[in-house]
Design a binder for this molecule. Sequence first.
Ligand SMILES: *Cc1c(COP(=O)(O)O)cnc(C)c1O
Length: 415
Amino acid sequence: MFGRVNNVMGVEDVPLVAIADAVGTPAYVYSQGAIEDRYRRLARALGGGRARICYAVKANANLAILGLMRELGAGFDIVSAGELQRVLRAGGAAGDVVFSGVGKSVAEIDFALKVGIHCFNVESEAELERLESRARLLSRVAPVSVRVNPDVDAGTHPYISTGRRENKFGVPEGTALGMYRHAAASDALQVRGIDCHIGSQVRELGPYAAACERLLGVVDTLAAEGVPVDHVDLGGGFAVPDDGEPGLDVEAYGQEVAAAVFDRGLELIVEPGRYLVAQAGVLLTRVEYLKRATREGQRNFAVVDAAMNDFLRPALYKARHPVKAVEANDAAPLRWDVVGPVCETGDFLATDRDLALTEGALLAVFGAGAYGMVLSSNYNGRGRAPEVLVSDGDFRVVRRRETVGDQLALEGEGR
Ligand SMILES: *Cc1c(COP(=O)(O)O)cnc(C)c1O
């Protein structure tokens, strides 16, 4: 969806320059067509509608994106009441929501019980106890799935690996069995499924297949005890291509992993975030200053108007995102570090990139549709960037730029 026509870089035939001129920089730009393509490809790979795709809201929680997901037929995977509010505001149905996360508060549990979500993905015995007592108090029955920690290595960055025994997520199989027995005997809990989520940017099928086998083993044990589950939720984490590495082969996932769940006559739930939106977004930013190296050992810095507060992934995970100049220019290519104005050495968007740059040049940082805007902050007093959605050859602002007034409003008059 992103490409060059007559040397002008655009998205769905809309020149990125036109968007930058209209909304300023930095700005996030998303392609509706790219999201639709990804969603449909995944749905096709997973038995053409047999799986329930619960979009992981935390990847990109803009209301317009959530509304688009709803139209495409997605459910939602949330990790907070705030995300649940967003889903409902975007027209999503509570019955299409699964609720993950290790720290669900009483208020969050109560809210989710009242609106009637599809399932709580329970991460500890203590949470199950809390859920049971809140459900009883509110005269509800809480639908539950236990998040099993399958102790598999997803082969990904330590910060985004979640399925190993040393991680805080889920419970071991033995603990899960005890929780299921308890839930099956409780009038305030209803066993609905079993789940796991082994990490993010998982490229190989092996870890998924191993996790799935573990979960199905628990399903078998439970079935033998007369505790049936309706669904198996294998989480998200489907890798997209980056840094020259390929993404997850979702067609192979469909054939080798999803099929094992379908073969049991069970419903499959998946919770992809990044896969659906990462490559559908760019961050537009403009070069403010060029600081060329003048001595041996110095680096060339392109100081741009976006920073780590806008896009944290390079600083947080050393994520390598392609950066391109939107318009051709005749500057000599040089090796640049693309850095922001924030007062941190870790404030970079890209390092060691061969680019032809001029001051004022418009740049696009690719792969910024997931874990971009949602991780942004007001650090250094910076307002958050606007978000723009491109569809059908046109674009509209789906979140305006944050003003200083927006930032100050929460603090009254000070002291
Ligand atoms: C973060 C998360 C996801 C989505 O991960 P992606 O890498 O964006 O696909 C899904 N499920 C759970 C429980 C998560 O924490």
